[in-house]
Design a protein around this ligand. Structure first.
Ligand code: BG6
Length: 610
């Protein structure tokens, strides 16, 4: 996620803004910038790369004089990571500087409307529509202008604004993206997370959705969506910086598990409008899709597992054969591919060496390549013929969570798009699946509610001392079980193995002994009875079974030792929800075992060597 800081007070703003941005570096970013107002003129310095570069360009902030301003660290979502695309963005008339976190889903339509109105855009970003719109809306009443602005924006945003005509004040407005006001002594701050201002104050006010704040050196005034003044209760924070960086969570992993509703919304919503799917303009013409002899999905680790979930979905709805191949195998297997095979490359970091090598080989062999990547302008994103970004935001924990579920979501979008082009899905089923897809973020929010998490915690404590755990499932549940096993292995160091439930009896069931734990994914209603007999065969050998079931299959609990259920969702989409349960289960088992959750032994977030 990007980082925001604003300062208004009696001291020089620029050095404080730079210091605040340094506190936000941990979040991951690719560029940064500050804007300060001096004598009713906005002065701007931005830079690609690290804050140190911004510090150098601004001589530690000394080049910008003024006692109020805004700063930003950018995590690119729209537009390459470069100085031009870095925030703050300034309106054509130079009167408004804006920093923005989030995604403006309707930026394309707003941008063309503004261009038609003579607006000159400097950047490729969605964020730049905000200052340009403000310039055209503002008539001296900023609060009214912000209300009109909000009525035009669709998506998620946390916005900090300075106006050259309005001295000694910052404006803040937010929707579905955090924005907090720091209350100092004769100086105040706006920040995207408190770690940016913790050095100066421990007193904060949280802005809620569609509220606006006017922040001056002497205090703040807040207004609700209708413009009525509201009182906000300050709160005091006793977190140290480390805890603040995790947003109050004990680990980045659990923070990122809880960021999944936002990450899924940001990945799905901008691609779905009026019930149709637009893959950011990636077009496959019907003759190409009809002519495909197959789709190869290539990745490593969790990205590979996401691809297997994608296989089940794409084969079912597109009737195109899909092959999943580990990138490290693909590059040395003399792969059989050509222009009639689409190669889908999946990578959170976009820098995994094996996966990058596989991409380059597929291209060399004539296959069209589509990358599903989280990091804009990463090596894989740059090399692929087309890119469908996951908008998970920076992922810091080594074990991926939101990176994986947004990859699966992106594959669902791709599968539905291809099925619609190929004509292998009815309009009714397409519409139904799109609606269920849009509901996933709320389903996950439901799963992350305290009582649901408590149920997982209880079972994690019950099973944390096991040394060998099986994950079984059939069809899409088998695909989902692979990631469940990896999550547990990665962070708790328990040997865990995923198995097609129907395959267990062909050998591996010999390992089941008294008390051996098996997690049985049972969300596929059509396969319920098959799963039931597989579960019973485990239990007849003394095995312990924890079912992960959909509500429709929750009666499986009667023949299991324990059960966790997922919210109601389409069977074809259940891997996103079973992933959340299994992430939580792995997290709380690892917590119980006092493992180093964010940095598990021997692992790296991205392996950039073969
Ligand atoms: C591994 C990570 O090193 O690389 C896994 O520990 C990840 O979590 C795998 O799934 C692939 O990484 P990426 O960035 O290509 O998805």
């Amino acid at each position: 996620m990007c980082g925001i800081i604003g300062y208004v007070g009696k001291r020089q703003a620029a050095p404080i803004l730079i210091d605040g941005l340094k506190r936000l570096e941990y979040r991951g970013y690719d560029s940064s910038g500050i804007a300060v107002v001096e004598n009713a003129k906005i002065k701007l310095i931005k830079s690609e790369g690290k804050i140190a570069e911004l510090e150098k360009r601004s001589s530690g902030g000394k080049k910008l004089n003024g006692t109020f301003g805004i700063g930003h660290t950018r995590w690119a979502t729209h537009g390459e990571p470069n100085t031009t695309n870095a925030h703050p963005h300034v309106s054509n008339d130079g009167r408004f500087a804006v920093v923005h976190n989030g995604i403006i889903e309707n930026f394309a339509e707003l941008k063309s409307e503004l261009i038609a109105d003579g607006c000159k855009f400097a950047s490729e970003t969605d964020s730049e529509v905000i200052p340009q719109l403000l310039q055209r809306i503002y008539d001296g009443d900023m609060l009214a202008a912000l209300r009109t602005l909000e009525s035009r924006l669709k998506g998620s945003y946390a916005v900090g604004i300075v106006c050259a005509d309005e001295p000694d004040r910052l404006y803040a407005v937010r929707k579905d993206n955090p924005l907090i006001i720091g209350l100092g002594d004769g100086e105040n701050f706006i920040v995207s997370d408190i770690s940016a201002a913790l050095r100066y104050t421990r007193k904060f006010v949280l802005l809620d959705n569609s509220e606006t704040a006017v922040v001056t050196p002497d205090g703040i005034k807040c207004y609700d969506a209708s413009g009525a003044p509201i009182e906000k209760e300050p709160y005091t924070v006793d977190w140290d910086v480390d805890r603040a960086e995790k947003g109050g969570y004990p680990h980045f992993m659990i923070k990122e598990i809880h960021e999944q509703p936002r990450a899924l919304t940001d990945t799905l919503r901008p691609r779905i409008s009026d019930g149709d799917i637009d893959l950011d303009g990636i077009n496959f013409d019907k003759s190409y899709v009809d002519g495909l002899t197959g789709i190869d999905i290539v990745g490593c680790g969790s990205a590979y597992h996401a691809g297997i979930v994608g296989k089940y979905f794409i084969e079912k709805h597109c009737r195109i054969p899909v092959v999943n191949i580990l990138a490290s195998e693909y590059i040395y297997s003399d792969p059989i591919t050509d222009g009639k095979r689409l190669t889908v490359i999946i990578s959170q970091s976009g820098e995994t060496a094996d996966t990058l090598a596989a991409l380059r080989l597929a291209k060399k062999l004539g296959s069209k390549t589509l990358a599903i990547v989280n990091v804009v302008h990463s090596a894989i994103a740059r090399d692929a013929d087309s890119v469908l970004y996951t908008h998970a935001g920076p992922e810091i924990a080594v074990a991926t969570t939101k990176g994986y579920t947004t990859q699966v979501a992106a594959l669902y979008l791709l599968g539905l798009k291809l099925a619609a082009i190929k004509g292998t899905i009815t309009q009714k089923r397409f519409t139904d699946l799109v609606e269920k897809l849009e509901a996933l973020p709320n389903n996950v929010t439901e799963q992350l509610a305290e009582p649901e998490v408590e149920k997982v915690k209880t079972l994690a404590a019950r099973y944390a001392d096991h040394h060998c755990v099986f994950f079984i499932g059939r069809g899409t549940d088998y695909a989902a079980s692979l990631e469940g096993a990896l999550k547990l292995k990665e962070i708790s160091y328990i040997h865990a193995e995923a198995y097609a439930a129907g395959e267990l009896k062909h050998g591996t069931i010999s390992l089941i002994e008294q008390g051996t734990l098996t997690l049985a994914l049972t969300t596929q209603t059509a396969l319920y009875h098959k799963m039931e007999s597989n579960i019973k065969s485990v239990e007849s050998r003394g095995g312990t079974v924890l079912a992960i079931a959909s509500p429709a299959n929750s009666h499986i609990g009667e023949c299991c030792n324990d059960m966790l259920t997922i919210p109601e969702c389409d069977d074809d989409l259940s891997p996103v929800l079973t992933a959340v349960v299994l992430q939580l289960f792995a997290y709380y088992v690892a917590l119980d075992r006092k493992c180093d959750i964010d940095k598990p032994r021997n692992l790296a977030k991205s392996v950039t060597v073969e």
